[in-house]
Design a protein around this ligand. Structure first.
Ligand code: SAM
Length: 330
């Protein structure tokens, strides 16, 4: 079956990487068919419910047809395609990047399906169809699942008992956890700060270990984990000397300090990255991944530590801060 993921526009590359890593971590056999402007289409045998895991997807569709983004092709396919419809229906269209009107399209395609003998129910339909148009393609599908993105708002850092500036937002932290391909097992954040990454890892069922060199951060992260009933292990310590056995963790996701002002017990940011990357390599199990957010490119230091670069993303936070997100594999 063909499945389309309607991706969020909050980042150009992370939403796609998140879906792909999630499918891989769940051992789902899939083939990517198309990636076009906030829409990823894959071919899979079967899809387990994954909306609960994803952060940067809006909807997941069972694709009925894909056609050129013009009204003639859409109406022709909507009238001939097997819609597999039982009960009432409703259509929602999203026409980003085209000059077609969503409302007009919903009305025209809706009227056509209605003529085939199906009843419209705008409030509580048995089947919700979605028409998603990119600049040149249209994907028409049955809505399978929607991601409840509101639940990440509920976990806003300001709502937690311990807040500190510089914390990652929950949706971003969840996407990073997913990009690490962690299924279950142990996730380590050696620069855990207030524990934002640990909270998201625990929410997908991982056991989490956090470390921070500042006792006040570890105490605060502890308050935050307890607030969500999370039973993680927290250590006051230096990420350049991690007190864990070699090959003992299944993923590392972390957000080390960015500027020189954030430096604690390290000669320079370069030393901090170099020594902590060596430790990350040591504690990771073979083939497992580390996802690291930094202000400078880490490719060279990561490769020197023995880690292979599997992906890179950039996120502009403001004029003087662009985050680099690097995906590494042991
Ligand atoms: C950018 S913050 C992490 C924020 C975190 N992601 C959150 O959501 O709150 C970086 C953290 O690294 C910690 N840190 C700095 N040097 C460290 C070191 N050598 N070992 C461990 N932690 C360190 C700082 O105390 C700070 O809390």
């Amino acid at each position: 079956m063909k499945i389309a993921f309607e991706l969020s526009g909050e980042h150009a590359t992370l939403p796609r990487a998140e879906v792909i890593a999630c499918l891989e971590s769940l051992n789902i056999d899939f083939r990517e068919i198309a990636f076009m402007d906030q829409l990823l289409v894959v071919d899979v045998q079967e899809l387990p419910p994954i909306a609960k895991r994803l952060a940067m997807t809006h909807h997941i569709l069972d694709v009925i047809f894909i056609c050129p983004a013009n009204i003639k092709s859409i109406l022709r396919l909507a009238s001939t395609a097997d819609l597999g419809l039982k009960g009432t229906f409703c259509i929602r269209a999203k026409c980003k990047g085209t000059d077609l009107s969503s409302t007009a399209l919903e009305r025209e395609v809706g009227a056509l399906i209605h003529k085939k003998g199906y009843r419209v129910d705008l409030d509580n339909p048995d089947v919700m169809f979605r028409l998603v148009l990119t600049e040149d393609k249209c994907v028409f599908g049955r809505l399978m699942e929607s991601v409840d993105r509101g639940r990440y708002e509920v976990r806003r850092p300001q709502q937690r008992p311990f807040f500190y500036p510089g914390v990652l937002l929950p949706r971003f932290a969840r996407a990073l956890v997913n990009i690490s391909s962690l299924h279950d097992g142990i996730l380590l954040d050696p620069f855990c700060g207030t524990g934002g990454i640990l909270i998201e890892a625990a929410s997908i069922g991982a056991q989490c270990i956090g470390m921070d060199i500042q006792q006040k951060m570890v105490l605060g992260a502890n308050l935050n984990l307890r607030y969500y009933d999370i039973d993680g292990m927290l250590i006051v310590g230096d990420a350049c000397d991690i007190p864990l056995r070699s090959k003992s963790v299944d993923a590392v996701v972390t957000d080390p300090p960015y500027g020189r002002s954030a430096l604690i017990q390290a000669r320079s940011l370069e030393y901090l990255y170099r020594d902590s990357l060596r430790e990350i390599y040591r504690v990771l199990k073979k083939n497992k991944k580390a996802v690291i957010v930094s202000q400078m490119p880490l490719d060279k230091l990561a490769e020197e530590a023995g880690l292979a670069v599997r992906g890179k993303h950039q996120q502009r936070v403001h004029r003087s801060l662009t985050r680099q997100i690097i995906v590494l594999q042991k």
